[in-house]
Design a protein around this ligand. Structure first.
Ligand code: ADP
Ligand code: MG
Length: 244
């Protein structure tokens, strides 16, 4: 069993949301996706966002990552007020601070694993070596393979290598195991856990699979656009021991 986060590290919020709401307007219809969300994310923690389909998880993650903006409330990243940030500010914020992993890997089929990661390292201010990123996800032997020569789980690990290669402060993952079977999904979770431990990257993982919640420092429960409960796991379950 792993130790809980050191108390001092938990004192530094990286991200603060206060009263955040998001309503999508579709013609005459208003769809409230988030309502009055207060949330602090702390440096180096691993959180799982857990909720049913349509509960607002992706909307929340997209707001955290600067892919979307709230319609009410406020949003701070460290000292930076992102509440009314425009596109240019959000693009710079994402480029500097955020790595994304989605359910589908979006690799470029004509490039090798290494070249897919290098696309990012070439445009980042402070990247790690692309081969080192692939080593961290356990793919050093496969780096000259093309996506079609890799399994789904391996392709997702390339996508994770690509996300971490720019050394982001935050790694945001939207259903990263959603398209994977149980066994390869666990390998992907083990990689996310290792990156959080070894690089200290603040990590948020969306899932509707309650079994995954055990590996987090904190579990944020979302229902109908609201945070209904936040739990702290006294004992974290190593991802290799998760059953679903
Ligand atoms: P989850 O990720 O938990 O499945 P989402 O954040 O994707 O939930 O969606 C929350 C709610 O907002 C749902 O009712 C969804 O239909 C609605 N929604 C999400 N994105 C949009 C959009 N771009 N336009 C209109 N409604 C949306
Ligand atoms: Mg979603």
């Amino acid at each position: 069993m792993s130790a809980p986060m050191p108390a001092a590290a938990m004192l530094t919020p990286v991200f603060s949301l206060r009263g955040v709401g998001k309503t999508y307007t579709m013609g005459e219809i208003e769809v409230p996706a988030l309502r009055d969300v207060d949330l602090d994310l702390y440096a180096g923690e691993f959180v799982v966002l857990l909720g049913a389909s349509g509960s607002g998880k992706s909307t929340l993650l997209n707001i955290l990552g600067g892919l979307d903006t709230p319609t009410s409330g406020s949003l701070h990243y460290l000292d930076e007020d992102l509440t009314h940030a425009g596109d240019a500010t959000l693009t710079a914020f994402r480029r500097e601070h955020v790595g994304f992993v989605f359910q589908f890997y979006n690799l470029i089929p004509s490039l090798t694993a290494l070249e897919n990661v290098q696309l990012v390292t070439e445009i980042s201010p402070d990247p790690m070596d692309a081969a080192e990123a692939l080593r961290l996800v356990g793919l050093e032997e496969r780096m000259h393979h093309f996506p079609a020569q890799l399994s789904g789980g391996e392709q997702q690990r390339v996508a994770i290598a690509r996300a971490i290669a720019k050394q982001p402060d935050m790694l945001l993952c939207d259903e990263p195991t959603g398209a994977l079977d149980f066994r390869t999904g666990k390998l992907v979770l083990e990689v996310l856990d290792r990156i959080n431990r070894e690089l200290g990257t603040t990590t948020a993982v969306i899932t509707h699979n309650a079994a995954i919640a055990g590996m987090a420092h904190r579990v944020i429960h979302i229902s109908s656009g609201r945070i209904t409960r936040i739990e702290t796991n006294e004992q974290r379950v190593p991802p290799g021991e998760i059953q679903w």
